[in-house]
Design a protein around this ligand. Structure first.
Ligand code: COA
Length: 558
């Protein structure tokens, strides 16, 4: 089928659906919802059989839905309606939720239902649920809807399953989730903060400042006067509740000189945070941790949004070196629960006094980390991707000997979308050795997301397995132990050392880095401001004024 994606932005859910539908042979194009005329023009140019709207912020124009089959992917169960669907679910502590594929009609989320799929909900932030449970259910629901469309005689179901069902729920207001540190218990505060995380964030007053709160976790063993700030840990702040305490990892000032960027909480609070004691590991907020099982080390790095600032890279490198000091035969790099890695921390760079210098420092810190992984020859290193990876985060994974991904992972293995950034992380060494130089060039120009199966198909990664993410984690452990216990483990290490020596003789690793960084220097300090502009727009979520041509295929000449 010819399917046109009509989206507010090409977000994670849109990308996931895009790779799943492309895999099934559908012909796809994307148009951003900029205005009704442009949408109508896209429809006329592409002549789609179906218009799919996985992420829209306003109704589809009547001129379009009247004449074309349009499906809206709604992040709520059948009968649920309204713009704050998932917000309400998190706020009210729902344990089960769903995704519904509705036919677009005059009123938003009111059309007949082509498919509806239930999913469980964890106690987690809205954004996390959206990227994991909701995305999985959305894929199933869209595929089911397509099956239904192909079934002769299938009639879509009415929205409501019983009288009174299918009523429009209003948007969650600030008053619905206002925090009351003197009355709300920890569980309530967590639900209120998480139902607005990642956007818009819950607003609260801290020391006379209006701040939005994100990245909330229950604290272990911390207590104080309700509302009191107790400690810091890796940039997060701990605040006492009536029955314990909560960690807040990220804050955004309502209006400030940084124009409201989401930043580590301690950075935003400044002086007041600097006076707080540092909490010990095990306090409930953790970015990096290490565990060991059956001769295999597992290094987790759960950085918020997968963004890795210089200081985080330094800490991870130190943890990596510590892990290398352990007596293990295999080290598995686990990335985070949410994302594997998205490379440079663009928000911290944007907030820096000199973003060029901050970018330079950050890319060098990333490169140091990649270098340490590439130069590890005394054991096998596995990159295990449970969450998505973008830009430098993908190449960080390629530094490992084996790259394995869960089936739902989406890769964005290119830098160009960030203002034609050249990229480093030794990609010019790592990518051609997997894809050949023509393959590497093609991938870097491609600019579209790749699913795990496609990444394996083109040789970017070694394998993807497991029916789902849990299945991946189970099998990952078995495979890692098998690698550690393999009879030819020593021979594998010898081959790895020989390969590295050979590669080094052909072209020293430092040369790759120097050449990449020469180009990056131009991106950071040169005449062309594209990277700085792209970063400015990205961190402030400034909507696109037109759809990039690599997405809007219907607009490309020929
Ligand atoms: N630095 C800081 N924040 C980042 C980030 C980065 N490198 N990558 C993603 N994020 C943040 C986003 O700002 C967003 O924040 P919010 O939702 O809390 O406000 C969140 O992570 C999710 O990102 P989003 O873009 O909504 O996710 P997505 O799944 O739709 O898209 C990517 C994934 C990787 C395509 C996209 O995030 C991206 O292009 N990131 C930048 C990658 C990059 O260029 N890195 C620098 C070069 S190494």
């Amino acid at each position: 089928m010819r399917i046109l994606f009509l989206v507010h932005a090409f977000n994670s859910l849109s990308q996931r659906l895009y790779v799943e539908l492309a895999r099934r042979g559908h012909e796809l194009s994307v148009e951003f919802d900029i205005n009704d005329t442009i949408t109508a023009e896209a429809v006329a140019l592409f002549r789609p059989d179906l218009i799919l709207a996985p992420f829209l912020k306003r109704p589809i124009p009547e001129a379009v839905w009247r004449h074309h089959l349009c499906w809206v992917v709604h992040p709520g169960p059948r009968g649920d309606r309204g713009p704050s669907s998932l917000d309400w679910a998190v706020l009210e502590g729902a344990r089960h939720w769903g995704v519904t594929v509705l036919q677009a009609e005059r009123e938003m989320d009111s059309g007949p239902v082509w498919a509806s799929v239930d999913c469980p909900l964890r106690a987690a932030a809205k954004g996390s649920l959206y990227r994991r449970e909701v995305s999985e259910a959305a894929v199933t629901a869209v595929l089911e809807a397509l099956d239904n469309l192909a079934r002769p005689g299938f009639a879509p179901l009415p929205l409501a399953t019983r009288p009174g069902h299918g009523l429009l729920r209003p948007a969650v207001r600030h008053a619905d989730r206002a925090l009351d540190w003197g009355r709300d218990d920890t569980a309530t505060l967590l639900r209120k903060i998480r139902c607005a995380d990642g956007a818009p964030g819950v607003r609260d007053r801290w020391q006379g400042r209006e701040l939005y709160l994100y990245d909330a976790w229950p604290a272990n063993g911390m207590q104080g006067y309700p509302g009191e700030l107790l400690a810091t840990h890796n940039g997060a702040l701990c605040r006492a509740t009536i029955d314990g305490a909560i960690w807040i990892g990220r804050l955004r000032e309502r209006r400030d000189e940084r124009q409201g960027l989401k930043l580590p909480a301690a950075t935003v609070l400044g002086e007041a945070a600097a006076r707080l004691p540092e909490a010990p590991p095990g306090c409930g907020y953790r970015e990096i941790h290490y565990q060991e099982e059956s001769g295999v080390g597992y290094l987790h790095f759960d950085f918020h949004n997968g963004a890795m600032g210089s200081e985080q890279c330094h800490r991870l490198l130190a943890a990596y070196e510590e892990a290398l000091a352990r007596d293990t035969r295999v080290l598995v790099l686990m990335g985070g629960e949410e994302f594997w890695s998205n490379g440079l921390h663009l928000h911290l760079i944007e907030a820096a006094a000199n973003p060029g210098d901050a970018s330079w420092e950050n890319i060098n810190a990333m490169d140091d980390l990649c270098r340490a992984i590439i130069l590890t020859t005394d054991r096998l290193v596995v990159a295990a991707l449970r969450g998505n990876a973008g830009a430098g985060g993908v190449f960080l994974a390629l530094a490992a000997d084996h790259v394995w991904a869960a089936p739902g992972v989406v890769f964005n293995p290119h830098y160009k979308n960030m203002g034609n950034l050249y990229g480093s992380e030794y990609w010019s060494y790592l990518l051609p050795r997997r894809l050949g130089s023509a393959g590497a060039d093609a991938l870097m120009q491609h600019r579209l997301p790749l699913g795990a199966a496609e990444a394996k198909g083109c040789g970017l990664i070694d394998d993807t397995f497991g029916a789902d993410r849990d299945g991946f984690e189970r099998e990952l452990k078995q495979r890692a132990v098998a690698l550690a216990q393999a009879a030819d483990h020593t021979a594998q290490l010898a081959a790895k050392r020989a390969q590295r020596a050979d590669d080094e003789a052909q072209k020293p690793l430092d040369d790759y880095r120097r050449e990449e960084l020469e180009q990056m220097r131009l991106n950071f300090y040169g005449f062309d401001p594209s990277y700085h502009i792209a970063r400015y727009n990205f961190v402030r979520r400034i909507p696109h004024s037109r759809t990039p041509l690599h997405l809007a295929r219907h607009r490309s000449k020929g």
